[in-house]
Design a protein around this ligand. Sequence first.
Ligand code: KIV
Length: 255
Amino acid sequence: MDAATKVTPDTIRAMKAARRRVAALTAYDYPMARLLDEAGIPILLVGDSLGMVVLGYPDTTHVTLAEMEHHIRAVARARPSALLVGDLPYHTYQSPAQVVISAQRLVAAGAEAVKAEGGRDILPQIRAIQAAGIPFMGHLGMLPQHVLEEGGKYRIKGKDDAGRAKLLDDATALAEAGVFAVVLELVTPPVAKEITAQFPFATIGIGSGPDCDGQILVTHDLLGAFPWFTPKFVQPKLRVGEDVRRVVREWVASL
Ligand code: KIV
């Protein structure tokens, strides 16, 4: 992306129409947001994955709206050209009335769009967000906020006919709502490809194969900056964790 051009939801729609790949990464603080923006990433997600990779929680269900606001403010101070998407954390979008208040708080902190996990089950909430003038990004497939209901396992979705049918029905609901993009997390590659071909929104895959319109990663995974856990589908491009240990030991030894 041209670093000077502000990215909007319509930019992402145009990228889908032009078959241009959409790169997205997570950002949780000012310096990383600046670096990723200067590298031309069109979508910066302040994801609730920050619960694990920044705050040390075991999963995303512990993240609060106040914590999301804090990190969104930090990323917004970088004034990115990228579209700044903020995650609605667990239990902050249980009704249309609640979600509008939650989403407006993230927008007041600096988010330009919000993301929540679910499809047809949260359609009234999605419509309420959009009626309040806030762009919405979907998230289907493995839903990390439901990991405890799944026995603590991050399971691949769309493996059988019922799973495929549910994903297609949820994607239909999101398309009817007019969302500009949908994260597909741990969806089987054939079903991710089918959704990408069939629907007008940009699909942003994570662990869902190469045939999505774009890809998203947790930046810490890409950089090897959270070395205690790396998802199977990620090949870290750096080993920041190892480098930090080595450099610090060397510095201590040099004193
Ligand atoms: O919270 C997050 O970072 C996410 C991405 C993994 C898509 O939802």
